[in-house]
Ligand binder design. Sequence first.
Ligand SMILES: [Zn+2]
Length: 575
Amino acid sequence: MKYYIFFFALLSSSINSYSQSEYKYLENKTYTYDEAHEIYNKMAEKYEEANIEIMGESDIGKPIKLFVISSNKDFDFKSEQNKNKGVLLINNAIHPGEPCGVDASIKLAKDLLSNKSYKNLLKNTIICIVPFYNVGGGLNRSCCSRANQNGPEEYGFRGNAQNRDLNRDFIKCDTKNAEAFTKLFHLCNPDVFIDAHTTNGADFQYAMSLIATQPDKLTPQLRGYLRKDMLPYLYTDMEKKNKEIIPYVYSYKGNLENGIKDYLETPRYSTGYTTLFNTIGFVTEALKYKSYTQRVEHTYEFFISTLNWMNENNIELKSVRNKAIEEIKTQTNFELAWKLDTTIFKKINFKGYETEQHKSSFGEGSTYLIYNHDKKYTKEINYYYKFKPTVVVKKPIAYIVPQAYSKVIDRLKWNKIEMKRLERDTVINVEMYYVKDYKTVKNPYEGHYLHYGVLVDKEEMEVKYFKGDYVIYTNQSSNRYIIETLEPQGMDSFFAWNFFDGILQQKEWFSSFSFEETAKEMLLWMPVLKSDFERKKKEEPEFAKSRNQQLLYIYKRSNHYENTHNRYPVGRIVK
Ligand SMILES: [Zn+2]
């Protein structure tokens, strides 16, 4: 009897200590920035297989760290990757109000380091964890900035110290956080990347949905590998563990009845950015209506499933990715923009809740939708999963970026793009783009007036470049980054993000009274101009009546008009 009491006391005290001190998520709580780092620092001190390093500063001056587990105790990524070791990078608290990854990663690191039964998962993979990416947002804690989220009790805020959404900052890099991430990303050079989030919107039976790198944006080898091999494994493995997940629930034509469609993560987003370097990316989206414990456990199990796959298939994964990296160097055509292919879909089973309309207390006669958790259903719905390119460009031999655009040069350097500098002032025959049309968002978006719908004309001409300007050859493994940021039609190009807005404004002008005689003389001496001008008058009655329009037309054809107006300054060397 005594024995039994003793045993019971031991058992209950161990359960207690497990829940009270080891994992906060079991008590509907999440770690603070300091608590998380204290745990990681202790693990790095205790285990030779673990290491923690500062990768850079956040916008509030506190460090962004990288925690690494390497079973060989070797933290030189290059030498380990040469031995066919895969690298998994997990990013946490990019949105600190969605901290599942913070807690799941701490449990993952502890289990991998202390529990022998997990040792196999380390055999072929190095695990890199960013414990806390949005430091400023993480320290801005409160009970409830995410309305109706089911725990934890207190968490950080989405915006960082500049109130930027870091998950839109991977190309423009307005924050020090993004600069630090760029550095750590290229240091790790991960084969697989996971960014942990929590989602809202529709309610359904699953505790987690998943955004995978849109496979159509990957090279053909990686596309097939992800779509046909890796993704089906991950979905099946999660289901086996009774943690079934579903593709991100983004309703087609605004209604679940019409089905769901894949999310196009352009390079401003984490997995859109990692795609540029042939890294397979996942965004785990735990559902905010589920308990915090459930959400963290799903996130944790997704990490384990991914690690399982990476360890079992490291040779193939490395070989497919290395092939993609090699082929990108010689690929000639590059896609810059995509849209959903609405003609292709497959049927998937969706486990949801029946909805009901209830009378609202707000707005006379209004109703609102509720999900009835007692009425579960499984229905077949359409899943639109394919994207097709809408803009494709042939790469030049090289780009020339004038050193005047130092912010662009900085970002290229952070991304380890190889660049040569002109040794002397040189006139070079290049293809130049003229921006013919573009649209701009009306209100500031993430600190910018983002351009979209960019149309360009191409012209071959001699352009003077200066000693020290940057030449970027397109034979690099980073070709996708180079081309998608430097081609102005890229959905997240530097042009779209306002790095080249100076060119969009005309600097010199003419006075209409003094230009009258000049215009007359031009028509006299330039027969081609005269015939174009006469034809335009015939075809456009408004033009035929307007003195201003006619003088402007002639001015733009004169050598007084600046040929740099609307001329995108990055030259394309094609010969
Ligand atoms: Zn999020």
